[in-house]
Design a protein around this ligand. Structure first.
Ligand code: NAD
Ligand code: UDP
Ligand code: UDP
Length: 319
């Protein structure tokens, strides 16, 4: 058993990670400022003597005692991270400095939740970790993309300069139960729209692609990554290489929900990446990991969750 800090632990991925670490018998300290996360997400852990929550903004120093750190704090959905772009950069950059300073003092392992967005609108496909990316440094997505890129820079500088034990995970689009309703991400938007028989909002012509990883698979990869030997720093792509156009995603969700929703087109957001698919050779080799949940199965679980949520029933907990 060890003491583990999860920043952003009250968010979508954070709450799944807390659940997993508690199930493994760790003590979990969840640090969150509830910017996009909620108390409801972690309500079921509050009576667990191994769980503790601290309301705190990681842009400010944090003095706690832990053995390992997962740094997940950062709004992840475009409408959230673009709402207050300055705060997004501060969370990524000042947050990384504080988390790294903490890890340095404690000599703790530290994982950074980086993102496929470091590749921007990629010119190579699928994306491998040695690709440097194609990011607009001044566009509306740059607060997130460049913030996360700078966080990676800081992680590697602390590693080289202070011999910190770092793990940099480049996470590709992930979905599942506990995604936030109304956070604008495509999977939750389409599912909620389909369940309510409201119009499905397809941006652009719907030919742009993403590769969606189920949350349970992603959490497994994060936990394995932190357990790798010190020389395994990453960056490692974590995602599901099954690529899907947004049109095909809409059709699949309409099919699984038996919905009568029409599909309506809306303008493609500025700088929206055309294609995205991870090359996960490194994750397969270094973590002995690959996703186990296909899109259809994962969407079915996610639809069950939102169906219960919309009906006011207690949603399913498993992933
Ligand atoms: P989320 O928005 O649900 O969770 C982020 C959590 O961080 C929230 O609980 C929020 O309140 C908290 N937070 C934000 N700013 C903070 C601050 N300054 N101090 C303390 N807490 C703060 O997002 P998520 O989908 O769970 O993403 C978690 C992490 O994984 C993020 O770092 C994100 O960039 C990364 N990621 C997610 C995806 C994905 O598809 N979900 C893909 C790539 C990377
Ligand atoms: N820090 C922190 N918790 C700690 C140790 C450091 O939040 O337990 C913060 C500290 O406030 C500093 C940052 O992490 O701003 C970087 O720490 P580092 O030791 O690298 O830098 P220094 O303190 O020398 O500026
Ligand atoms: N998208 C869409 N309809 C929506 C929400 C998103 O067609 O209601 C598209 C969006 O333009 C993008 C893709 O779905 O091409 C994924 O969007 P999301 O915000 O989920 O993730 P990201 O763009 O950060 O990969």
């Amino acid at each position: 058993m060890s003491r583990v800090l999860v920043t952003g632990g009250a968010g979508f991925l954070g709450r799944h990670l807390c659940a997993r670490l508690l199930a493994e018998g760790h003590e979990v300290l969840c640090v969150d400022n509830f910017y996009t996360g909620t108390r409801r997400n972690i309500a079921e852990f509050l009576n667990d003597p191994n769980f503790e929550v601290l309301r705190h903004d990681i842009c400010f120093p944090l003095y706690v005692e832990v053995d390992a750190i997962y740094n997940l704090a950062c709004p992840a959905s475009p409408i959230h991270y673009q709402h207050d772009p300055v705060q997004t950069v501060k969370t990524s950059v000042h947050g990384a400095i504080n988390v790294l300073g903490l890890a340095k003092r404690l000599r703790a392992r530290v994982l950074q939740a980086s993102t496929s967005e470091v590749y921007g609108d990629p010119e190579i496909h699928p994306q491998t970790e040695d690709y440097w990316g194609h990011v607009n440094p001044i566009g509306p997505r740059s607060c997130y993309d460049e913030g996360k890129r700078c966080a990676e820079t800081l992680f590697f500088n602390y590693h080289r300069q202070h011999r910190l034990r770092i793990k940099v995970a480049r996470i590709f689009n992930t979905y599942g139960p506990y995604m936030q309703q109304g956070d604008g991400r495509v999977v939750s938007n389409f599912i909620v729209q389909a369940l309510n028989n409201e119009a499905i909002t397809l941006y652009g012509d719907g030919t742009q692609t993403r590769s969606f990883c189920y949350a349970g698979d992603l959490i497994e990869a994060l936990v394995r990554f932190v357990d790798t030997p010190d020389e395994v720093t990453g960056p490692v792509n974590l995602g599901n290489p099954e690529e899907c156009s947004m049109r095909a995603l809409a059709e699949q969700i309409l099919d699984l929900t038996n919905s009568r929703s029409p599909v309506v087109h809306r303008p493609l957001p500025f700088d929206d990446p055309r294609r995205r698919r991870p090359d996960i050779t490194a994750a397969r080799t270094l973590l002995d990991w690959e996703p186990k949940t296909g899109l259809r199965e994962g969407l079915t679980q996610t639809i069950e969750y939102f169906d219960a949520l919309l009906a006011g029933r207690s949603p399913a907990r498993r992933i």
